[in-house]
Design a protein around this ligand. Sequence first.
Ligand SMILES: Cc1cc2nc3c(=O)[nH]c(=O)nc-3n(C[C@H](O)[C@H](O)[C@H](O)COP(=O)(O)OP(=O)(O)OC[C@H]3O[C@@H](n4cnc5c(N)ncnc54)[C@H](O)[C@@H]3O)c2cc1C
Length: 379
Amino acid sequence: MSRSSYDFIVVGAGAAGLQLVLSILEEEFFSESTILIIDKSPKKENDRTWSFWEKGMGPYDSIIHKSWSKGLFHSSKRSIDLNMGEYLYKTLRAVDFYQYAKGIIGEHDRVDWLQSEVELAGSDGTVIASGKEYKGNWIFDSRIPEEYHTDTDSVKLLQHFLGWVIEFEDKVFDTDMFTMMDFRDRMPGTCSFMYILPFGPRKGLVEFTFFNETLIKKEEYEEYLTRYLSKYYPGRNYRIIEKEVGIIPMTTYKFNRHHDGKLIKIGTAGGWVKPSSGYSFKISQRFISRVIDNLKRGKSPQKGVAKGKNRFYDSIFLGILEDQNDKGEELFDNMYSKLPADLIFKFLDEETSVAEDIRIMSKYANATFTRAFFRQLFS
Ligand SMILES: Cc1cc2nc3c(=O)[nH]c(=O)nc-3n(C[C@H](O)[C@H](O)[C@H](O)COP(=O)(O)OP(=O)(O)OC[C@H]3O[C@@H](n4cnc5c(N)ncnc54)[C@H](O)[C@@H]3O)c2cc1C
């Protein structure tokens, strides 16, 4: 690595950083641009599984682990077959994505990869990693700002979960059908549910998930997982192959206040996690295409990346979950029983028209929703 100054420095080779680099490499406009990627990790582990819905074919279909055209939702009141329309629900193992991205990056001499911990990234385009200084025309930084952790003004819920990839002795799973949410055995007083991705007839991911403020002990998630498996797959023996834990911010915190000069925050640190769903992998592609478009037009990369109306809807939703976490099941039951899943997916992807937004909101014309709506409107 001989260079010390680059067109783009990308701090963090995760979902956001690598997808951004791949998009830059695809563009003829940037065919001469130099890129430095810095990550403290070698990115060789399968540190997570990304799932997302997508209409038809997508950019990562060649490395998709499994996809489903059918989905289920369970509440204590009913079970619903999700009407997913043209959407497929897809799962990608992070390690497959890292390998795929490294393969493409390796074909370009103008991209350097440095395994190092970034100590400083400044608005003037300076990055310091392992005591060495680098300069970038733009820095894309996926480190979560310290201020987020100490902020007390925003709604700060967490999507937190512990999951097991299990293998049954017998063929147990319906491999065509994933379970988006199963509220039938939730922790009382909380918005908590089981999430199930069957990878094969024997093998699948079973994850106990919360949308709330409070983390619980590992043993408590495990107790729910064990009980669920013995209740809904009685007498079936299984072994645990892998474990996944995660904490994802679901927050109204304004991450975009940390863009500063040449320093642009991306990914979770840039507010690219959809606050009301915790999903980010797919929606990041839309943010990235705006960043690319801005760069090509000579504008500041982050311009117009966050849409106001969607943040408002997110804050209503988070407001309800913050004030009345117990209502989470009712909220989702309402949503999946009254609206087709493909419209919900479109809404969560922030692609709905105002007319569709009104159709969605009208299904929530109850006291809880109205209170949260006006609270956010006047906050
Ligand atoms: C377990 C888990 C499962 C998830 N599942 C889904 C899902 O199914 N669907 C979905 O849409 N979203 C999911 N998410 C949410 C979100 O998509 C991911 O968190 C996603 O990886 C966020 O992308 P990112 O680039 O912001 O962060 P990351 O992918 O975490 O990448 C950040 C990178 O920055 C590096 N880094 C951090 N600090 C430094 C430093 N000082 N110096 C150098 N490098 C540094 C890290 O090593 C890391 O590689 C999940 C999150 C988790 C934690």
